[in-house]
Ligand binder design. Structure first.
Ligand code: ADP
Length: 616
């Protein structure tokens, strides 16, 4: 990468040049977003057509003044023509206001449609997409790219049409006035068109690259300007390094933008120079014709006045082409997102789960995040309705992956995951997830009141139900002790609550949802014995009467489990109860020695184990 030091003419375009080809398919696709607004488009077309004809009238009136009114001393005609020279531009202006209103309307509506469509589409994508894509990159497409599209629609497209109208109507008129002069005027036109292609290409490449850099910058800001990123930066004292990185990225954008504007300036300067040659030549050739008596003075004056309506549109059409190509790149990027297929999609005619008993089975399930590295291999187990299964194993063994497969965030590569004996792939995702509650280790709370966060589980729940859930989760007293109680707004990530409190809110949220199946990743963080006891007490109503798969980090949970599933390197290596597995003397026995075995009084085992016997 090169930047700084006045090197902005040479900024390297690091990515391969995927210049947009204006294919028929692409055009049709862009037009499909315009089509719903064809009525407004029609109004614009009429406005543009009428406007371009009205624009022709003042030069004609100028000719009338010089050739008719003045030579014949007709002051009435003079007044009339001058009135027209004032009146018609006024009318043209009014029509232009109407045109630009609809123009804006269409542009804004299309942006709204695109944002709606993209947001909706993004929510259908799979977990894998969000684990693999930077948040900032997604934001950039929704904000910058969609915003950029308006230029194409209201800017470039309208400009193309209006300039074409202007060009065509002017051409017809000047040919009717004098064909020799017209041929001469047109002879200069190619000078406008030829440089356009090259400049267009360069500007388009720069625009695309600038957009990409903006996305990177947004992503960088997203990652660094939040609590976790901030803490990381401060703890590792990376402040200055981070700043340097940011400055470098920012500099790249500056360089690219400068380069783009410089390319543009040269281009327009050239256009203007060429533009002034035209009238001079017309005066020369036209003047000779007047001297020979073959042309009236009024015609030359009108002709030169009309020239601006010939070269203006030609120049603009040339530059519009440039902007259009840049905006085309934006559309390409948006379509790229729209074309992402959700990895997990409902089959046509997928069934709903209906009344759920809550039996879960894995039959010879294998799964890989990436083709070459298996995360799960031949995992088979069953959890009967109401049972509690504890997943235990070293870090990276595949426990979280198992919990992802239950709500069908991923499909197994081979094998089948079933709920109540039904393959998840034959069911609607909606009905599966309605039946499942998830408590993750890191509790995510929206930046909203506790009430809003709780009711996210079920917005039709009554206050009594909400309070009951919070009481069951042992968090009600804490909440009511807050100055604003249930209306307390929790920080962007619930940072104002402690880990234990957050998890209890999450537990209350799931109790409110009341699913038949519970998937839980117990918090690993060691809590003080008071918080520990509160969580243990909260877990009882959570687990009661539900089928639960819990990644267990606490002995009390393990002891309460009907079955312990021991996972290692993606395989289920042992299963059984605590006593059975201890007797086996394998991996579980070792893990127990290292992690779970109580070492002093007050450790987890001293707490009452989950008393609720689990029915099978
Ligand atoms: P555990 O929960 O037991 O700690 P995980 O189920 O999270 O283990 O991970 C199992 C394996 O899959 C690990 O080797 C991990 O690196 C890998 N893995 C987890 N998530 C992804 C992902 N999104 N992409 C690629 N590999 C992943």
């Amino acid at each position: 990468m090169m930047y700084g030091g006045g090197a902005f003419w040479h900024v390297n375009l690091t990515k391969p040049k995927d210049s947009p080809k204006l294919t028929r398919a692409l055009l049709v696709r862009i037009l499909s977003f315009l089509l719903p607004y064809w009525r407004q488009g029609l109004v614009i077309l009429v406005c543009l057509a009428v406007g371009s004809v009205i624009g022709l009238l003042p030069p004609l009136m100028m000719r009338g003044v010089i050739d008719d009114a003045l030579p014949h001393g007709d002051s009435r005609l003079l007044f009339l023509l001058v009135a027209g020279m004032i009146g018609f531009p006024l009318l043209g202006g009014l029509i232009n206001v109407l045109q630009s209103y609809f123009n804006n309307y269409i542009g804004q509506r299309i942006m709204m449609d695109l944002r709606n469509y993209l947001y909706q589409h993004l929510t259908t994508l799979s977990l894998r997409f969000f684990t693999n894509t930077k948040t900032g990159e997604i934001m950039s497409r929704l904000n910058n790219d969609v915003g950029g599209v308006q230029d194409t629609v209201t800017g470039a497209l309208i400009s193309i049409v209006s300039n074409l109208f202007m060009l065509a109507s002017t051409l017809v008129l000047i040919f009717k006035m004098n064909w020799q002069l017209s041929v001469l005027a047109i002879g200069i036109l190619p000078l406008f068109i030829l440089p356009t292609r090259r400049v267009g290409r360069i500007r388009h490449d720069i625009a695309r690259d600038t957009q990409r850099r903006y996305a990177e910058l947004t992503a960088f800001m997203e990652e660094t300007l939040n609590i976790s990123g901030y803490l990381l930066m401060k703890i590792f004292t990376r402040d200055s390094a981070q700043l340097a990185k940011f400055r470098a990225k920012n500099q790249e954008i500056f360089d690219l933008s400068m380069r783009r504007s410089v390319v543009g300036r040269w281009f327009f300067m050239m256009m203007q120079t060429i533009g002034s040659i035209g009238p001079a030549l017309i005066y020369l050739a036209g003047g000779l014709l007047v001297i020979r008596g073959q042309l009236t003075i009024g015609t030359i004056v009108a002709f030169v006045a009309l020239l601006s309506r010939l070269y203006g549109p030609a120049a603009q059409l040339a530059s519009v082409h440039v902007d259009f190509m840049s905006a085309l790149a934006l559309f390409n990027r948006l379509f790229e997102y729209m074309d992402l297929q959700p990895e997990i999609a409902d089959q046509p005619g997928a069934a709903t789960l209906g009344d759920v008993r809550g039996q879960i089975s894995f039959a010879d399930v294998s799964f890989a995040y990436r083709a070459d590295i298996p995360a799960l291999r031949g995992v088979s187990f069953e959890v009967e309705p109401g049972q509690l299964a504890a997943l235990v194993g070293p870090s990276g063994a595949g426990k979280t992956t198992i919990t992802y497969l239950v709500p069908r965030f991923y499909d197994p590569t081979t094998g089948v995951v079933r709920i109540d004996g039904r393959d998840l792939r034959e069911l609607t995702q909606h009905s599966i997830r309605e039946a499942i509650g998830v408590v993750t280790q890191e509790t995510f709370l929206f930046h909203a009141s506790l009430r809003d966060n709780l009711l996210y589980a079920r917005d039709d729940a009554s206050d009594e139900e909400m309070v009951a859930a919070c009481q069951a989760a042992n968090i009600h007293d804490f909440i009511t002790a807050l100055p604003e109680g249930y209306d307390t707004v929790v920080g962007e990530r619930g940072y104002r609550l402690s880990g234990g409190e957050k998890q209890r809110v999450a537990i209350a949220r799931v109790i409110l949802k009341d699913p038949r199946i519970l998937v839980m990743d117990e918090a690993t963080s060691s809590l003080d014995s008071h918080s520990e006891a509160l969580i243990q007490a909260a877990l009882q109503p959570l687990l009661r009467g539900r089928t639960s798969i819990v990644i267990a980090h606490r002995l009390s949970t393990i002891l309460a489990a009907d079955v312990i599933l021991v996972v290692d390197h993606g395989q289920l290596v042992e299963r059984g109860t605590h006593q059975e597995l201890l007797a086996l003397g394998g991996l579980y026995a070792r893990l127990y020695e290292q992690q779970f075995k109580p070492r002093h009084r007050g450790a987890p085992s001293a707490l009452p184990p989950l008393g609720e016997p689990v029915s099978v």
